[in-house]
Design a protein around this ligand. Structure first.
Ligand code: NAD
Ligand code: IPM
Ligand code: MN
Length: 378
């Protein structure tokens, strides 16, 4: 009997449903070719569902998803809803609840995709952001006050620990203020540093670049550096190169091909991954995975792109390549290779008009998805 995987799917907002449809099509064709099947569990969460029902993300759905083999997500966020409401309520809830501590974001050059920074002859972009995905400024701990006196409770649960506390801050004279707490812990840094080192070894590389900012934020990022250095010391073949995030952005723009594994705390990883998406040829080329010991979630780096939603101009390749990462996570490496190869074949063989708008062509999202699917079918 053929193997069946249960895959949860949240298409989400804006271009999310458009690109997710293409990724699903690609994965179904790949599954069919390699003799397994995907049992899709659809979830409607996102702006339309919220505006219609008032519901963001019920606990029952989270529990159900926990029983799935993986999750494919399009994008969350809509201009009709207060910024952060859905992003935190759905996307970050998933990352935290399932303790998806690795945000893996490869940045590659692809055939015939022009790079904004031309590389020296024979060089290609092959970097990967390993973003810590459960701590830092993202934990949602904080508040704001009009009256000059702010107090808030700190409460967060991650697989390795529970964090609790109270914080009180005030100004004299009283002025409206806001504060948000960034936290980094030894288990939190250790596990992501280990993942980055193991990945560098698997890639046959001899270094990891640690992207921090300990010169200005010494407590938080000094700690991140020290904890990472302890882990990296256990890998004698690896050199830990430290770069401040500002200088790292500068170097990335000038020589994007000079980087391999970039280990980043959560916020810097978010920023550096969009920079790398731009450097690799476009937001629609950048795939990602949120990986943990429980349910892992695969989603493109980009958001819901409300500026092009519904126009057919979305590039589905990032979502399809996120599907490739999903297949790898399931252990379906042959199918994953074929999905990746089909994206390359499509880029190589299409006439220029047949490429997505982002790459200078005029192919609507659906047609690009069909092209990739037909390459997968073989
Ligand atoms: P965005 O990534 O949605 O868009 C940035 C730019 O890239 C836009 O010009 C957009 O048109 C373009 N773009 C993005 N994806 C593309 C694709 N596949 N093909 C062609 N062009 C593409 O970032 P934003 O505008 O800052 O955010 C829009 C909304 O998405 C916000 O609500 C934001 O919070 C949310 N968001 C969600 C996620 C996620 O769900 N993972 C990620 C980022 C942003
Ligand atoms: C991303 C997004 C999210 C993040 C937002 C929407 C919360 O930008 O997945 O990169 O900051 O992680
Ligand atoms: Mn982002």
């Amino acid at each position: 009997m053929s193997k069946t995987y249960r895959i949860a799917c949240i298409p989400g907002d804006g271009i999310g449903p458009e690109v997710t449809r293409q990724a699903r099509k690609a994965l179904d064709v790949a599954a069919n070719r390699f003799g397994f099947s995907l049992d899709w569990q659809d979830y409607p969460f996102g702006a339309a569902h919220y505006l219609r029902t008032g519901e963001i993300f019920p606990e029952s759905a989270l529990e159900e998803m926990g029983g799935c083999d993986a999750l494919l997500l399009g994008a969350i966020g809509d201009p009709r809803v207060k910024p952060g409401e859905l992003e935190r309520g759905i996307l970050l809830t998933l990352r935290f609840r399932f303790d998806q501590y690795v945000n893996l974001r490869p940045a590659l050059s692809f055939p015939r995709v022009p790079l904004p920074v031309p590389l020296p002859e024979g060089r290609r972009l092959d970097a990967v952001v390993v973003r810590e995905n459960t701590e830092d400024l993202y934990m949602g701990l904080g508040g704001r006050a009009e009256g000059g006196s702010l107090s808030f409770s700190v409460e967060a649960r991650r697989a390795p620990y529970e964090l609790k506390g109270e914080l009180a801050l005030w100004t004299t004279p009283p002025c409206p203020l806001a504060a948000q707490v960034a936290v980094s812990t030894r288990p939190g840094v250790e596990r992501i540093a280990r993942y980055a080192c193991e990945l560098a070894v698997r890639r046959g590389e001899n270094r990891v670049t640690l992207v921090t900012k300990a010169n200005a934020v010494p407590h938080l990022y000094g700690f991140f550096e020290d904890e990472t250095a302890r882990v990296a010391a256990q890998y004698p073949g690896l050199k830990l190169e430290k770069e401040n995030v500002d200088a790292c952005c500068y170097h990335l723009v000038r020589r994007p091909d000079a980087f391999g594994v970039l280990l980043c705390p959560n916020l810097f990883g978010d920023i550096v991954s969009d920079l790398l998406a731009g450097l690799s040829g476009g937001m629609g080329m950048a795939a990602g995975g949120n990986i943990g010991d429980g349910l892992s979630m695969f989603e493109p780096v980009h958001g819901s792109a409300p500026d092009i939603a519904g126009t057919g101009r979305a590039n589905p390749l990032a979502a399809i390549l996120s599907g490739e990462l999903l297949l790898r996570h399931l252990g379906e490496h042959e199918a994953a290779d074929v999905v990746g190869g089909a994206v390359t074949a499509y880029l190589e063989e299409s006439d220029p008009e047949g490429l997505p708008f982002e790459l200078g062509g005029t192919s609507p999202v659906e047609r690009s998805g069909d092209e990739v699917a037909s390459h997968i079918a073989g």
